[in-house]
Design a protein around this ligand. Sequence first.
Ligand code: GLN
Length: 518
Amino acid sequence: MSKETFDKLGAAAIASSVRAGDASPSDMVRASFERAREIGAGPDGLNIYLHSDEAASLEEAEAIKSRAGNAADAGVLAGVPVAIKDNIASLGLPTTCGSRILAGYVSPFEATAIARLRAQGALIVAKTNMDEFAMGSSTENSAYGPTRNPLDVRCVPGGSSGGSAAAVAAGIVPLALGSETGGSVRQPAAFCGVVGVKPTYGRVSRYGLVAFASSLDQIGVLGRTVDDAALGLETIAGYDKFDSTSSDEDVPIYRLSALGKSGSNARGPAAEAIRIGHSPIPPAPPPGATTLEGVVIGKPKEYFPDSLDASIRDLCEHSLDRFRSMGATIRDISLPRSPLAIPVYYILAPAEASSNLARFDGVRYGLRVDPGKGLKAMYEATRSQGFGPEVTRRVLLGTYVLSAGYYDAYYKKAQAVRTLIADDFRSVFTSGVNAIFTPTTPTPAFPVGAISDPYEMYLNDIFTVTANLAGVPAISVPIGRVRRLPVGGQIITAHFDEYTMFRLAYALEAALGTEAHQ
Ligand code: GLN
């Protein structure tokens, strides 16, 4: 088994052989842990996992096995090993958010997204390394040391869901959960050569996701293929009474592999009747077909600046050519306020974080450092020893922009510009454009330790953060390699139009074939 298992065998295929009784869930767990050992996923190697418990996972596998006899009960993810970013609350394994302040913390409840995976037979094998409290773009901000990119161990895997992306890229699991506030699933997916999807804000319950910036946070999915990412998202999406920001909009079937031959969407009304975003496009083609007649893809000029790495530009142009040859029309568009996204995000996200992180005070969770000089001294000592430098910087920044006198100048202005950024997307999607294509990142993965200036690090999010500010869904798919490192292309669609996003991602993946990984 080992690497072959999750390189060649996706989540859907594993589940169907487990349901058919041809594979055992325990073998899948063993293969996953064997692969982790083989590649050196531990703290002395790639440092991908923060917590795992092979014996407990094997016990869970036995429970799934007893369900597997009855195919209907076993679930769409029967026996599939899944890794979870360590800011998503799990029963059994700790939830530390990559922070010292939560060292050893075990949640008394489980996130809805994890519960939904388990209900479909998934086996949670590990919690993955991440930038502390999801603040970062390289997984170097973890209190437990950086994760390394399995494709080139000198490089970062991206962040903040770097451990999850690396786990999928290394063939340890076929599927992983990450979280996004400003690109943290798509950017590491691009750096590690895997698929990463951020759904529409509200598409997936945030119950159990440790809050960073609540108006932006969403759980996302990483997989080796578009089909696995679609399967993962389908499983966790949908209304949850424990999250008042979760949407009750129907979850369509995203997987082409699960659609009928006619391409009709089995779960909803006839596909013809489904409006894709704001402009109806033809129903999905049958699996394998790649016609995109009538689909309009926008190419925003702000995402192809003169300064863009020439090889990344070439790969994007090649992907656009592929879309064209499948019948899609490429239209030059503009999202004029996008260049303001970085300053806007880095005011709003820290502002919300400064409030959300106030709960880590040495009383309710994890670490307490008490010099014995009263409550205030205990708070100060706990927080200054518990939080790393980037989290401290964000809390200070956030507190500053929310303080009297600066609130209007910074926070309020950033909120207003956020609305304008979202308006830009709305006008594009109401003008007959079905999707937008951009590079996921301005450069491929960079070496560990190469970026020490925080502002330079923030610029990594330049193409991804806008989708979070606007709340729209976006996916990164591998489109080729530059200097042997993977590059991702990003497909963005209108709110709740994950269907079109997946459809185009499938088409691109099929059209590029092995080129995507060369
Ligand atoms: N890199 C961004 C940040 O540091 C985004 C993080 C995220 O999406 N969680 O805030």
